[in-house]
Design a protein around this ligand. Structure first.
Ligand SMILES: [Zn+2]
Length: 291
């Protein structure tokens, strides 16, 4: 039986999280990620993502300027009344780091928009943007994957077990940083294209998870004033949240099945806005200067 290695750096890779969860508004999520070996077309069309390359100075400045712009836009809309309790200094417990988990990867595209946006790619882009914001603010970050890959040991007989091995590997990483906040990034899909909006799930093993999920959901209103979705406790249908003992949330950023929202989810500015929204919500729970 393969034991996933404990990661020692952000270079660690993991893969997927798959579930058929539920949502307020539309009926419970019935979108089921296509079986890995039924996804050849998507996989063939996908260009393998390269590893991180060093940023040029102009690019860094541009990205930083965009963060400031997004921040200004988001913060302009905030009022004291709309700030969650966490932002008012009532957080008693601060976490030393964040494990960011970009859902899916490699053979598993996750949801795919009609225009061809792959969930696995959008998840990773949001994860990178969130990582950058956190690290800029002195907060330690661990990425479960930083390239387009599923995590399973290629040296074992993984046929038919990729998902199981991958989820095990993700949990191993979460367990290795069990004093940290685990944030899983996903995009939603539903057969009816009308549904949209961020929805946040939380694990029930640590009570802080619910509070953090509520704050992220509240902050989502700044980007999506019409979003009246409620946070939901994860059950056994969300393996990681159901099994991780640390504070953990899963952010379904929006619906790739909604053409308008899909464009925002696939757009770098939209992805940075989502990352900033999550960052704003979780930062009161984090120790700065821990990086
Ligand atoms: Zn997903």
């Amino acid at each position: 039986m393969w034991s996933p290695a404990i990661p020692t750096s952000i270079k660690t890779h993991v893969g997927i999280i798959l579930f058929a969860g539920g949502h307020t508004g539309p009926p419970l999520r019935v979108f089921v990620n296509p079986p890995l070996n039924n996804n050849l077309h998507s996989h063939e069309r996908h260009t393998t993502m390269s590893k991180r390359t060093p940023f040029s100075l102009p690019l860094i400045l541009t990205v930083f300027a965009l963060f400031l712009l997004v921040g200004a836009v988001v913060l302009t809309g905030l009022s004291t009344d709309s700030l969650p309790a966490a932002a008012e200094g009532t957080v008693k417990r601060k976490l030393p780091c964040v494990v960011i988990d970009a859902g899916h990867g490699g053979e598993d595209s996750g949801a795919v928009s009609e225009s061809g946006i792959y969930e696995k790619d959008a998840n990773l882009s949001v994860a990178f943007a969130l990582r950058d914001l956190l690290e800029m603010n002195g907060i330690s970050v661990i990425l479960t994957r930083d390239e387009d890959i599923l995590l399973y040991d290629r040296n074992v007989d993984y046929q038919g077990r990729k998902k199981v091995l991958d989820l095990a590997a993700r949990k191993t990483i979460a367990d290795a940083y069990d004093d940290c906040l685990f944030v899983s990034i996903h995009m939603n899909a539903f057969p009816d294209p009308q549904y949209s909006g961020t929805q946040v799930w939380y694990g029930i093993k640590d009570p802080l998870s619910q509070s953090i999920a509520a704050d992220i959901q509240t902050h989502a209103l700044q980007l999506q004033p019409e979003n009246h979705r409620k946070i939901k406790a994860a059950g056994s249908n969300i393996y990681l949240l159901d099994n991780i003992t640390s504070p953990c949330v899963l952010v379904e950023c929006g619906f790739l099945s909604n053409p308008e929202e899909a464009e925002r989810l696939g757009d770098p500015n939209g992805q940075r806005a989502l990352a900033f929204m999550i960052f704003s919500a979780i930062s009161p729970y984090l120790m700065s200067g821990s990086a």
